[in-house]
Design a protein around this ligand. Structure first.
Ligand code: FES
Length: 160
């Protein structure tokens, strides 16, 4: 069955229109529009992606490409706290695999999974640009540097 787009909310449209004033080409607003939708909906469903493509009058495939390229655009429902664990080389050398194992054993989720209570999603992400402070993870907009088993435990306590 063919997917239908959904109606963008007035608020989403208002924010997208505002972004448009910053960009010379409508095409360039695509990523910002996806971020706006994600801010309001938590993630970008197919219906939302179609709605944005229609609204901006850009090809769905182009927008899909943007969404795929920027891995902070979630194309599946995510938990309230999205833990993005850097698994690039510096973080890997300094033990991100152990941190991942710690999260998996404590929360029972693997990469790409969400806890049943909808609280946490765990995702691997490429270098977050703080290699000298590895290992690094992000929860929401917060970056956590020099993560170790103790402060990871503490962080999860605070979030839970
Ligand atoms: Fe993890 Fe760069 S490798 S922040």
């Amino acid at each position: 069955t063919k997917k239908q787009s959904r109606q963008l909310s007035a608020e989403e449209i208002r924010e997208i229109e505002h972004e448009k004033t910053h960009y010379p080409y409508t095409q360039a607003v695509g990523l910002e529009a996806l971020k706006i939708v994600q801010k309001h909906q938590g993630w970008v469903s197919d219906e939302s992606l179609l709605a944005v493509a229609e609204y901006l009058d850009i090809p769905v495939a182009d927008l899909e490409g943007v969404a795929t390229f920027f891995n902070m655009i979630f194309r599946r429902p995510v938990g309230k706290n999205v833990i993005c664990l850097c698994d690039s080389v510096a973080c890997w050398m300094l033990g991100c695999d152990d941190l991942k194992a710690q999260i998996t054993s404590r929360l029972g989720i693997e990469y790409g999974e969400t806890t049943e209570d909808g609280e946490f999603t765990l995702l691997p992400v490429p270098c977050l640009g703080a290699c000298d402070k590895a290992p690094v993870l992000m929860v929401g907009r917060e970056t956590h540097r020099h993560v170790d088993p103790e402060n990871l435990d503490q962080l999860l306590n605070e979030l839970q």
